[in-house]
Design a protein around this ligand. Structure first.
Ligand code: PEP
Ligand code: MG
Length: 883
């Protein structure tokens, strides 16, 4: 089996599209080498080996060693060094690289191949003894931490102690001789901790590092990251071994990261940061505050540190040309890492850059306008769920709060919450239902769970490409990074800024778009959508086949939905119109009434409210279809519970509280979701359906008069299991329509259809379609009844099901295509066989979920209906599904 793939400027065995085999980083290294870019020669051990490694008790196949030896020898030939030759050592980097990028989650070892003798050669050939010993001690520290499991703080303690003894304050105060002494102590520590001397044989070092990288695929933070990002554990990681290049060989060396466009705004301008005389991870780790690459960016940031453009103009121009070539080649925004070794540029990585939703939109639309992408490609480039970010709140500009500190605008959106200083505290507070802002000097991969739990993230150190910034952008959370004037005292649980000291639990607000931090809670407003948003939505609308409607019942929701581009209402849950104010009292009176007379009295109170509501909805949605569902109240949601509620209803009905309580007890159900709800209410109490139908037709007449355009209501019956129920209730609606036409002189056209939300209804769809003019799949109930999992009780065990891979995802979020989906397909087929032009839609929560929308396209439904804030997501997802 071929496990090892070599790459160099001469020859690359892999290509960019081989991500499954070589991992993202590896495939792109091969691609860059293939393009003739300056990539340090190296090789990739494939993800298949990772699979082998775990399937065979963490062992390697017998033909691996030979392939690795040959590839190492080839790297030596290319660089003129020999691995394991102390007189002419080849030094290597060993990095992980999975199919999907998992920034900082797995292990890396740099400067591998150094030992007590090769360090002398490095000192001689580099002419810089200090550099050589500094590299060796970094290697010992990194290798011991990653491979030998000796915690880094052991080495930090030794170093701090040494500095104190010498009266040094900075690492740069240490000279070659100092590092030599520190190294003696480091090695002693390793021997003490592991019982063995630090490995001197480069070959042992290399196999140790390879094993550690493969093992890091299963470390706790990688597992968490995969869970949060839906990355399957069986993908595995590849290992990339490359010749070392040094960004820390003095003032003509540097290391940095850059994006071809601004990952926060999408602006088409090279954007990046670097550090002179620094190695590897120094920039992303956020330990020193980095410098800008371009002059323009330096000026905009008001930085007094010189840009790369100024201090290394030749390298800068070569780098700019390289970034442009890469962007053109990949047709996407690139996120790159580079190193300059004594004036020579080396490209260490390129990948499609993570970006905010705002940037994703702008980059996609700009690239289509630049002719780099087709409009279809641009539509496919934006993750529908990322649009959520654009709908995030921002600070009310009228509030004009005074910031107590300013940092970098690392990830847009604004958030308020209690200050917490640790990820665990953020998680605990979130579990207790409290909102937090996670405040840290800097974040590391260990903080991921807290970043997830917090509303926003604030750090005092690190740039736009620091861990906090990158991760927050990926999560779509507001983040302010590098707010350097804030002093955090973890021990006391306080932070001080602008003369104010705040403690854990105090409320702060951060504005991730402006990079500002405010004490207290600041009022927020809904965001403005950008021009690119409108453009992409228009393009999406041109290609999608399915319509997108809204689930809405209040005027506010209906207006929001229409402004987001809803093409009508797919579900108006009439029972939700009674949640507010004292309306619920009339509703409770109706539910609790024991006689038709009592019910009619309550209904008489409800009728004018409903008429007015419907008229308003029809008006807002003028010219568009509106589907109104007859009452479907799971009783437990509406029965009065407290004594005060009972009192209120008792007054309204003129019935003693005792009697009411007895009636409520009588109505108590063990399974309200499978109880007296949906059409069963109309079967038992036809007067309820009669009142609602009257209100709908009267509202339609009112709205038609007001807007001048006739309204065609779609009336739908919930929770039916067969044609007979439908046929019993439909005549009530027909009679109401006729009565209203007679009374008002206006004939309202209308359609009567049904929800399909029980398996039996799906199976009997052929027959039901003889009567029903349309079907709307209620996938919430259809999921509940098909899987036999209660919507209200699923929380306590469903997580276990996805964790144990018994279900791919939560079926209430993404449709269970093989079970619930199969029933929908059956109903579609049988419904169409009876009534070829039957209108079909989905109105469960799945209507706003991109994966479920793809299923709906596949099932050839006519529309999806979802909550107003998900309309843009659904429009884009429907377009992607159609392409
Ligand atoms: C459904 O069951 O999918 C549905 C839309 O109805 P509700 O959520 O109101 O039960
Ligand atoms: Mg339902």
């Amino acid at each position: 089996t071929k496990w090892v793939y070599s790459f160099s400027a001469e020859r690359a065995e892999g290509r960019g599209e081989m991500k499954n085999l070589l991992g993202g980083k590896g495939a792109n290294l091969h691609e860059m080498a293939h393009l003739g870019l300056p990539v340090p020669p190296g090789f990739t051990i494939s993800t298949e080996l990772c699979t082998y490694f775990y399937a065979n008790g963490k062992t390697y196949p017998s033909d691996l060693a030979e392939q690795v030896d040959a590839a190492v020898a080839e790297v030596g030939r290319q660089t003129g060094h020999v691995f394991g030759d102390p007189g002419n050592p080849l030094l290597l980097s060993v990095r992980s690289g999975a199919r999907a990028s998992m920034p900082g989650m797995m292990d890396t070892v740099l400067n591998l191949g150094l030992n007590d003798t090769s360090v002398l050669t490095l000192a001689k050939t580099s002419g810089d003894e200090r550099f050589a010993y500094d590299s060796y001690r970094r290697f010992i520290q990194m290798y011991s931490n990653v491979v030998l499991d000796v915690d880094s703080h052991n080495f930090e303690d030794i170093l701090e102690h040494y500095k104190d003894g010498k009266g040094y304050s900075l690492d740069t105060d240490l000279k070659a001789d100092d590092w030599r002494k520190v190294i003696v102590e480091y090695k002693a520590k390793v021997e003490e901790a592991t019982g063995k001397p630090f490995p001197q044989e480069p070959k042992d070092q290399l196999w140790g590092a390879i094993g550690a990288v493969f093992s890091s695929w299963m470390n706790a933070r990688a597992i968490t990251y995969r869970r949060l990002n839906n990355i399957p554990a069986d993908w595995g990681t590849a290992v990339n071994v490359q010749a070392m290049v040094f960004g820390n060989m003095g003032e003509t060396s540097a290391t940095g990261v850059a994006f071809t466009r601004n990952p926060s705004t999408g602006e088409n301008a090279l954007y990046g940061e670097f550090l002179v005389n620094a190695q590897g991870e120094d920039v992303v780790a956020g330990i020193r505050t980095p410098q800008n690459i371009t002059e323009v960016a330096r000026k905009a940031a008001g930085s007094d540190k010189p840009s790369l453009e100024t201090i290394m103009p030749e390298v800068f121009h070569q780098f700019v040309a390289t970034t442009q070539l890469l962007e053109k080649h990949y047709k996407d925004l690139q996120d790159m890492e580079f190193t300059v070794e004594r004036g020579k540029l080396w490209m260490l990585q390129t990948r499609n850059g993570k970006r905010t939703a705002k940037a994703a939109l702008k980059v996609a639309v700009d690239m289509a306008n630049e002719g780099v992408l087709s409009r279809e490609d641009a539509i496919m480039r934006v993750e529908p769920s990322a649009l959520n970010q654009l709908l995030h709140p921002m600070l009310d500009p009228k509030a004009k709060p005074a910031p107590i500190a300013t940092g970098l605008p690392a990830s847009p959106g604004a958030a308020s919450g209690e200050i917490v200083f640790s990820a665990d505290d953020a998680e605990a507070a979130s579990k207790a239902g409290r909102k937090t802002i996670l405040v840290r000097v800097e974040t590391s991969p260990e903080d991921i769970h807290g970043m997830h739990a917090a509303e926003g993230i604030l750090t005092t150190r690190g740039g736009m490409t620091s861990h906090a910034a990158v991760v927050a952008r990926g999560m779509g959370k507001p983040c302010v990074s590098g707010a350097g004037t804030i002093r955090i005292d973890y021990a006391k649980g306080t932070m001080t800024a602008g003369g104010v000291t705040l403690k854990k639990g105090d409320i702060i607000t951060i504005d991730g778009a402006a990079g500002q931090v405010m004490a207290g809670a600041v009022p927020m407003i809904k965001p403005e959508l950008t021009g690119e948003f409108g453009t992409l939505m228009t393009w999406a609308d041109e290609v999608r086949r399915m319509k997108v409607r809204a689930n809405a019942e209040t005027p506010t929701d209906a207006r929001t939905a229409r402004s987001f581009g809803a093409e009508g209402i797919g579900l108006c849950r009439t029972e939700h119109m009674f949640f507010e104010g004292d309306r619920i009292v009339a509703m409770r009176e109706m539910i609790l009434a024991e006689t038709e007379e009592g019910r009619r009295a309550a209904l008489a109170k409800l009728l004018p409210m409903q008429r007015q509501d419907f008229a308003e909805l029809f008006e807002i949605m003028s010219g568009l279809p509106v589907t109104i569902r007859l009452l479907d109240p799971p009783l437990h949601e509406f029965l009065p519970k407290t004594a005060a509620e009972m009192e209120e209803v008792s007054k309204g009905m003129g019935v003693p509280v005792d009697k009411l309580r007895a009636r409520a007890a009588e109505l108590h159900e063990f399974n309200p979701m499978l109880g007296f709800r949906g059409i069963r209410l109309a079967v038992a109490y036809p007067e309820i359906a009669e009142m609602q139908a009257r209100a709908i037709f009267l509202g339609a007449v009112d709205a038609g008069k007001k807007t001048g355009s006739p309204v065609t209501p779609e009336i739908m019956l919930p929770v039916i299991f067969g044609k007979q129920e439908f046929d019993l209730v439909k005549p009530i609606i027909v009679a109401a329509a006729e009565a209203v036409a007679k009374e008002t002189g206006v004939t309202v056209p209308y359609h009567v259809g049904t929800m399909i939300e029980l398996p039996r209804a799906a199976l009997r769809a052929g027959e039901i379609a003889e009567s029903a003019e349309f079907f709307s799949f209620g996938t919430n109930d259809l999921t509940q009844t098909t899987l036999g999992i209660s919507r209200d009780d699923a929380g306590s065990f469903l997580g276990l099901y996805t964790a144990k891979n018994l279900l791919p995802t939560d079926p209430f979020v993404s449709i269970d295509t093989v079970g619930v989906g199969e029933l929908i397909k059956i109903a579609v087929e049988r419904g169409k066989a009876t009534r070829p032009d039957i209108k079909l839609g989905v109105c469960g929560e799945h209507g706003g979920d991109p994966a479920s929308i793809a299923f709906c396209e596949d099932a050839r439904l006519d529309y999806v209906s979802c909550s107003p804030f998900r309309i843009p997501i659904a429009r884009l997802a429907a377009a992607q599904a159609a392409l």
